[in-house]
Ligand binder design. Structure first.
Ligand code: SF4
Ligand code: SF4
Length: 343
């Protein structure tokens, strides 16, 4: 993978230029957090870098919350094409892991044309974490606080600028178009990147160890022995079925199709939540998961068992967004801790 060095000033010039060619989304500081924000053309405020993941993932740029998928069974080729390029910067390792799940679901044997088009038009510029939130736990589910793959370009902050890893031919093309801005990265800079990554990973591991989150990434094995646990009912007692855990989750991908209109029939696709009572209900009213604890358990099983077994990847990336969003204060880490017998 080619490696370059770019100064902070040159990186801003590169992004400003990119924002003229593509709709550019960046992490806008907001208190201690970062909000995914669209930049104006040619305008990139400061050096847009986030220390850790944004409040929201960039999932809605690929898998929209609500989209018209058809007029009276219009074939896919007649549906409107969305070709304008978009670029998102500041994507972290956890959200790139989530992309593996979304790609598995939407670009498999039967590809979803909406997702596929959005995926094709999206340039991904990721960056290393330089700190973590109280809710971050990527290392507990097999992740790392830095991107490993799935990006076009990745920026690792170093003294005076960034080491840029190229992750795809498209990323290499971007560098080639701005060749005057990028210099080869020196060995010293690469050593600094490795050192910074190791230090942050160790700090994150230490946070998890101190809190007793000790299942060591073996969530699949854990889920195989806790189906009958009463923890599910204890935890579900605080769930109010708001669906926030699903909507903030970068890997959740379930949707509901709804038909509208008579004269001008249209079919909409909307995000759905597996915590809603009607989620799995079928014609005739039969419901395989009528109880809330069954739905909560199913969400965990889908992510932590089905994910590794069927998709070959954990369905939870440890981003911690559901922990922050849950009004019932259901903390996935604490649930797993209880389930693993570490009360
Ligand atoms: S389940 Fe929670 S912590 Fe895991 S990826 Fe989804 S939002 Fe993030
Ligand atoms: S965010 Fe919490 S309260 Fe809302 S549906 Fe999810 S588990 Fe239930």
């Amino acid at each position: 993978m080619p490696l370059y060095f770019v100064t902070e000033k040159e990186w801003c010039a590169f992004l400003a230029d990119l924002s003229r060619a593509a709709a550019l989304y960046y992490p806008e500081p907001s208190g201690d957090d970062y909000q995914l924000t669209r930049a104006g053309e040619g305008m990139v405020p400061g050096a847009p870098f986030s220390r850790y993941r944004m409040v929201q993932s960039f999932k809605p740029l690929l898998f929209e919350p609500r989209v018209k998928v058809g007029d009276y069974f219009a074939p896919a080729e007649e549906l409107p094409r969305m070709q304008n390029p978009q670029a998102v910067i500041g994507v972290k390792g956890c959200d790139l892991k989530a992309l593996v799940v979304l790609d598995f679901v939407f670009t498999g044997e039967v590809a979803d044309p909406f997702y596929a088009r959005n995926r094709e038009r999206t340039i991904i510029i990721s960056s290393d974490c330089t700190a973590f939130k109280e809710t971050c736990f990527c290392t507990c589910v097999g992740g790392k606080p830095f991107p490993e793959k799935g990006f076009d370009l990745n920026a690792s902050p170093v003294e005076g600028g960034y080491v840029i890893h190229v992750g795809s031919p498209r990323g290499q093309g971007l560098v080639e178009r701005h060749r005057d801005l990028f210099a080869p990265a020196t060995e010293d800079l690469l050593r600094q990147v490795v050192k910074d990554r190791e230090r942050l990973t160790a700090q994150l591991d230490e946070q998890q160890r101190m809190r007793g989150y000790l299942w060591g990434g073996k969530t699949k094995e854990l889920m195989e022995r806790v189906y009958e646990s009463n923890v599910w009912e204890e935890e579900a007692a605080r769930c109010v079925e708001c669906g926030a855990c699903n909507f903030v989750c970068p890997t959740c991908h379930c949707f509901l199709l709804s038909d509208h209109g008579r004269e001008t029939f249209r079919r909409m696709r909307n995000w759905d939540s597996c915590q809603y009572k009607g989620f799995a209900r079928v014609g005739g009213g039969a419901n395989p998961r009528p109880e809330l604890y069954q739905r909560l358990r199913n969400r965990y099983e889908k992510k932590l068992h089905f994910g590794p077994v069927v998709m070959g990847v954990n369905g939870c990336t440890g981003c911690g967004r559901c922990v922050e969003a849950c009004i019932g204060k259901i903390d996935l880490r604490e649930v797993l801790k209880k389930l693993s017998g570490c009360r």
